[in-house]
Design a protein around this ligand. Structure first.
Ligand SMILES: [Zn+2]
Length: 264
Protein backbone atom coordinates (compact mmCIF):
# COMPACT_ATOMS: atom_id res chain seq x y z
CA UNK A 1 0.00 0.00 0.00
CA UNK A 2 1.40 3.41 -0.90
CA UNK A 3 1.57 6.22 1.61
CA UNK A 4 -1.26 7.99 -0.24
CA UNK A 5 -3.47 4.88 -0.11
CA UNK A 6 -2.69 4.41 3.59
CA UNK A 7 -3.57 8.04 4.24
CA UNK A 8 -6.85 7.84 2.34
CA UNK A 9 -7.73 4.60 4.14
CA UNK A 10 -7.11 6.07 7.59
CA UNK A 11 -9.06 9.20 6.63
CA UNK A 12 -12.03 7.17 5.47
CA UNK A 13 -12.50 5.80 8.98
CA UNK A 14 -12.64 9.33 10.43
CA UNK A 15 -15.10 10.79 7.96
CA UNK A 16 -18.30 12.20 9.39
CA UNK A 17 -21.68 12.07 7.67
CA UNK A 18 -20.82 15.15 5.64
CA UNK A 19 -17.69 13.48 4.34
CA UNK A 20 -15.12 15.81 5.87
CA UNK A 21 -11.90 14.86 7.55
CA UNK A 22 -11.11 17.30 10.34
CA UNK A 23 -7.93 18.25 12.12
CA UNK A 24 -7.29 20.36 15.21
CA UNK A 25 -4.15 22.52 15.27
CA UNK A 26 -2.74 24.46 18.20
CA UNK A 27 -2.72 28.17 17.38
CA UNK A 28 -1.66 30.20 20.42
CA UNK A 29 1.61 31.66 21.68
CA UNK A 30 3.71 30.72 24.68
CA UNK A 31 4.02 33.42 27.36
CA UNK A 32 7.38 34.93 28.30
CA UNK A 33 8.57 36.27 31.68
CA UNK A 34 5.78 34.34 33.36
CA UNK A 35 5.43 35.02 37.08
CA UNK A 36 3.08 34.63 40.00
CA UNK A 37 1.56 37.95 41.09
CA UNK A 38 1.74 38.65 44.82
CA UNK A 39 -0.23 38.80 47.01
CA UNK A 40 -2.17 35.57 46.71
CA UNK A 41 -5.78 36.10 47.85
CA UNK A 42 -6.98 34.10 50.85
CA UNK A 43 -10.63 33.33 51.63
CA UNK A 44 -12.37 34.05 54.97
CA UNK A 45 -10.78 30.97 56.50
CA UNK A 46 -7.28 31.75 55.35
CA UNK A 47 -7.20 29.12 52.57
CA UNK A 48 -5.96 30.17 49.14
CA UNK A 49 -8.96 31.37 47.10
CA UNK A 50 -7.42 33.11 44.13
CA UNK A 51 -4.16 34.03 42.45
CA UNK A 52 -2.93 35.47 39.20
CA UNK A 53 -0.17 34.71 36.76
CA UNK A 54 1.26 37.55 34.72
CA UNK A 55 3.29 37.29 31.54
CA UNK A 56 4.46 39.20 28.52
CA UNK A 57 2.94 38.17 25.21
CA UNK A 58 5.30 35.80 23.45
CA UNK A 59 5.68 35.33 19.72
CA UNK A 60 6.46 31.59 19.65
CA UNK A 61 3.47 29.47 18.64
CA UNK A 62 3.09 26.39 20.80
CA UNK A 63 4.31 23.16 19.16
CA UNK A 64 2.38 20.00 20.19
CA UNK A 65 5.21 17.85 18.77
CA UNK A 66 7.33 18.95 21.75
CA UNK A 67 4.77 17.77 24.32
CA UNK A 68 5.89 14.63 26.14
CA UNK A 69 2.43 14.41 27.75
CA UNK A 70 -0.74 15.81 26.21
CA UNK A 71 -1.97 18.88 28.14
CA UNK A 72 -5.31 17.40 29.32
CA UNK A 73 -3.45 14.55 31.01
CA UNK A 74 -0.95 16.90 32.62
CA UNK A 75 -3.61 19.41 33.69
CA UNK A 76 -5.95 17.01 35.53
CA UNK A 77 -2.96 15.59 37.40
CA UNK A 78 -1.65 18.98 38.61
CA UNK A 79 -1.45 19.08 42.41
CA UNK A 80 -4.37 20.91 44.01
CA UNK A 81 -4.74 22.46 47.47
CA UNK A 82 -8.06 21.75 49.11
CA UNK A 83 -9.97 24.16 51.33
CA UNK A 84 -10.98 22.21 54.44
CA UNK A 85 -14.74 21.83 54.85
CA UNK A 86 -15.73 23.72 51.69
CA UNK A 87 -15.49 21.07 48.97
CA UNK A 88 -13.34 23.52 46.99
CA UNK A 89 -9.80 23.20 45.77
CA UNK A 90 -7.34 25.29 43.82
CA UNK A 91 -4.40 24.27 41.68
CA UNK A 92 -1.07 24.65 43.46
CA UNK A 93 0.37 27.95 42.13
CA UNK A 94 3.84 26.45 41.50
CA UNK A 95 2.34 23.55 39.53
CA UNK A 96 0.22 26.00 37.51
CA UNK A 97 3.27 28.13 36.77
CA UNK A 98 5.26 25.15 35.46
CA UNK A 99 2.30 23.92 33.40
CA UNK A 100 1.72 27.38 31.86
CA UNK A 101 5.39 27.79 30.93
CA UNK A 102 5.27 24.59 29.00
CA UNK A 103 1.81 24.58 27.38
CA UNK A 104 0.71 28.23 27.46
CA UNK A 105 -2.00 30.00 29.44
CA UNK A 106 -5.36 28.23 29.81
CA UNK A 107 -7.09 31.52 29.23
CA UNK A 108 -6.01 35.12 29.53
CA UNK A 109 -6.93 38.76 29.76
CA UNK A 110 -4.72 41.19 27.88
CA UNK A 111 -4.18 44.32 29.99
CA UNK A 112 -1.75 47.12 29.06
CA UNK A 113 0.54 44.88 27.06
CA UNK A 114 0.60 42.05 29.62
CA UNK A 115 -1.29 38.77 29.85
CA UNK A 116 -3.12 37.85 33.02
CA UNK A 117 -4.47 34.45 33.98
CA UNK A 118 -6.78 34.43 36.99
CA UNK A 119 -7.05 31.16 38.87
CA UNK A 120 -9.83 30.68 41.41
CA UNK A 121 -10.74 27.88 43.74
CA UNK A 122 -13.67 25.77 42.57
CA UNK A 123 -15.64 22.63 43.32
CA UNK A 124 -13.43 19.54 43.58
CA UNK A 125 -14.31 16.36 41.66
CA UNK A 126 -15.09 14.60 44.96
CA UNK A 127 -17.54 17.37 45.88
CA UNK A 128 -19.20 17.19 42.44
CA UNK A 129 -19.58 13.44 42.77
CA UNK A 130 -21.34 13.69 46.13
CA UNK A 131 -23.29 16.90 45.44
CA UNK A 132 -23.96 16.75 41.72
CA UNK A 133 -27.73 16.92 42.30
CA UNK A 134 -27.14 20.64 42.93
CA UNK A 135 -25.61 20.98 39.51
CA UNK A 136 -27.50 21.35 36.27
CA UNK A 137 -26.31 22.15 32.73
CA UNK A 138 -25.93 25.85 33.62
CA UNK A 139 -23.75 25.19 36.67
CA UNK A 140 -21.56 22.80 34.69
CA UNK A 141 -21.22 25.41 31.96
CA UNK A 142 -20.18 27.99 34.59
CA UNK A 143 -17.49 25.59 35.80
CA UNK A 144 -16.31 25.12 32.24
CA UNK A 145 -16.23 28.90 31.67
CA UNK A 146 -14.12 29.20 34.83
CA UNK A 147 -11.66 26.64 33.31
CA UNK A 148 -12.13 24.45 36.36
CA UNK A 149 -9.82 21.51 36.94
CA UNK A 150 -12.63 19.97 39.06
CA UNK A 151 -15.05 19.56 36.15
CA UNK A 152 -12.38 17.86 34.02
CA UNK A 153 -11.53 15.42 36.82
CA UNK A 154 -15.27 14.85 37.31
CA UNK A 155 -15.74 14.09 33.59
CA UNK A 156 -12.69 11.79 33.70
CA UNK A 157 -14.13 9.92 36.71
CA UNK A 158 -17.85 9.78 35.90
CA UNK A 159 -18.50 10.68 32.25
CA UNK A 160 -21.61 12.58 33.47
CA UNK A 161 -23.30 13.59 30.22
CA UNK A 162 -24.23 17.12 31.45
CA UNK A 163 -20.63 17.87 32.33
CA UNK A 164 -19.32 16.35 29.08
CA UNK A 165 -21.73 18.58 27.13
CA UNK A 166 -20.62 21.63 29.14
CA UNK A 167 -16.99 21.14 28.10
CA UNK A 168 -17.98 20.35 24.49
CA UNK A 169 -19.38 23.82 23.73
CA UNK A 170 -17.09 26.55 22.45
CA UNK A 171 -17.61 30.13 21.42
CA UNK A 172 -16.50 31.61 18.10
CA UNK A 173 -13.29 32.91 19.70
CA UNK A 174 -12.12 29.36 20.36
CA UNK A 175 -11.58 28.37 16.75
CA UNK A 176 -10.81 29.60 13.32
CA UNK A 177 -11.84 27.11 10.66
CA UNK A 178 -10.26 26.75 7.25
CA UNK A 179 -10.19 24.13 4.51
CA UNK A 180 -6.80 22.65 3.66
CA UNK A 181 -6.31 23.56 -0.02
CA UNK A 182 -4.34 20.34 -0.69
CA UNK A 183 -6.63 17.64 0.70
CA UNK A 184 -9.91 19.40 1.51
CA UNK A 185 -9.69 18.63 5.23
CA UNK A 186 -11.44 20.95 7.67
CA UNK A 187 -8.74 22.49 9.84
CA UNK A 188 -9.69 23.89 13.24
CA UNK A 189 -7.08 26.34 14.41
CA UNK A 190 -7.64 26.15 18.15
CA UNK A 191 -7.05 29.57 19.69
CA UNK A 192 -6.52 28.69 23.33
CA UNK A 193 -5.24 25.93 25.55
CA UNK A 194 -8.48 25.41 27.50
CA UNK A 195 -10.38 24.60 24.27
CA UNK A 196 -7.63 22.17 23.21
CA UNK A 197 -7.65 20.46 26.63
CA UNK A 198 -11.45 19.99 26.45
CA UNK A 199 -11.30 18.69 22.86
CA UNK A 200 -8.66 16.11 23.78
CA UNK A 201 -10.54 14.98 26.89
CA UNK A 202 -13.90 14.58 25.10
CA UNK A 203 -12.18 12.68 22.26
CA UNK A 204 -10.28 10.31 24.57
CA UNK A 205 -13.32 9.71 26.78
CA UNK A 206 -15.44 8.86 23.75
CA UNK A 207 -12.73 6.38 22.67
CA UNK A 208 -12.87 4.70 26.12
CA UNK A 209 -9.27 5.66 26.95
CA UNK A 210 -9.73 7.71 30.12
CA UNK A 211 -9.09 5.73 33.32
CA UNK A 212 -8.17 6.07 37.00
CA UNK A 213 -5.13 4.25 38.38
CA UNK A 214 -6.02 1.35 40.71
CA UNK A 215 -3.18 2.23 43.10
CA UNK A 216 -4.92 4.23 45.87
CA UNK A 217 -1.64 6.07 46.62
CA UNK A 218 -0.98 7.08 43.01
CA UNK A 219 0.18 10.71 42.74
CA UNK A 220 -1.02 11.09 39.13
CA UNK A 221 -4.11 8.85 39.06
CA UNK A 222 -5.68 10.12 35.83
CA UNK A 223 -4.25 8.22 32.88
CA UNK A 224 -4.96 7.16 29.30
CA UNK A 225 -5.25 3.45 28.66
CA UNK A 226 -2.97 1.90 26.06
CA UNK A 227 -4.81 -1.44 26.41
CA UNK A 228 -8.47 -2.05 27.21
CA UNK A 229 -7.72 -4.07 30.38
CA UNK A 230 -5.07 -1.67 31.72
CA UNK A 231 -5.72 -0.96 35.43
CA UNK A 232 -2.76 1.17 36.49
CA UNK A 233 -0.87 4.12 35.06
CA UNK A 234 2.72 3.64 33.95
CA UNK A 235 4.37 5.35 36.95
CA UNK A 236 7.22 3.33 38.52
CA UNK A 237 5.57 3.41 41.94
CA UNK A 238 2.39 1.88 40.50
CA UNK A 239 4.22 -0.89 38.67
CA UNK A 240 5.92 -1.93 41.91
CA UNK A 241 2.55 -1.61 43.73
CA UNK A 242 1.09 -4.19 41.32
CA UNK A 243 4.07 -6.50 41.85
CA UNK A 244 3.59 -6.22 45.63
CA UNK A 245 -0.16 -6.91 45.30
CA UNK A 246 0.55 -9.97 43.16
CA UNK A 247 3.18 -11.22 45.66
CA UNK A 248 0.73 -10.71 48.54
CA UNK A 249 -2.02 -12.57 46.69
CA UNK A 250 0.37 -15.45 45.96
CA UNK A 251 1.49 -15.55 49.61
CA UNK A 252 -2.11 -15.58 50.86
CA UNK A 253 -3.05 -18.41 48.48
CA UNK A 254 0.03 -20.37 49.58
CA UNK A 255 -0.83 -19.94 53.30
CA UNK A 256 -4.43 -20.97 52.64
CA UNK A 257 -3.20 -24.12 50.87
CA UNK A 258 -0.80 -24.93 53.73
CA UNK A 259 -3.51 -24.39 56.35
CA UNK A 260 -5.85 -26.69 54.45
CA UNK A 261 -3.19 -29.38 54.27
CA UNK A 262 -2.31 -29.15 57.98
CA UNK A 263 -6.01 -29.55 58.80
CA UNK A 264 -6.13 -32.89 56.98
ZN1 LIG B 1 -0.65 5.25 39.14
Amino acid sequence: MTARQAKSKSQKGRKGTSGFVSLARADWQLPIDLELVEPLVPDLFGALAEYRLRAKPGSVTVNPLLWTDPPHLRFVNLAALSTPGSGNEIIDPKAMLAFSKRYGLLGKKAVNGTWLLEVESGASAEFLITENSLYGPKEFRDLSNARSQGILKYVWRTGDRRAVEAISRFDEESFEVQVDPDDGALVFNVKNLWTFVCLLLVRDRAAGKTAICANPDCQTPYFLKGRKDQKICEADGCNSWVLRQNALRWLRAKRARENKESEK
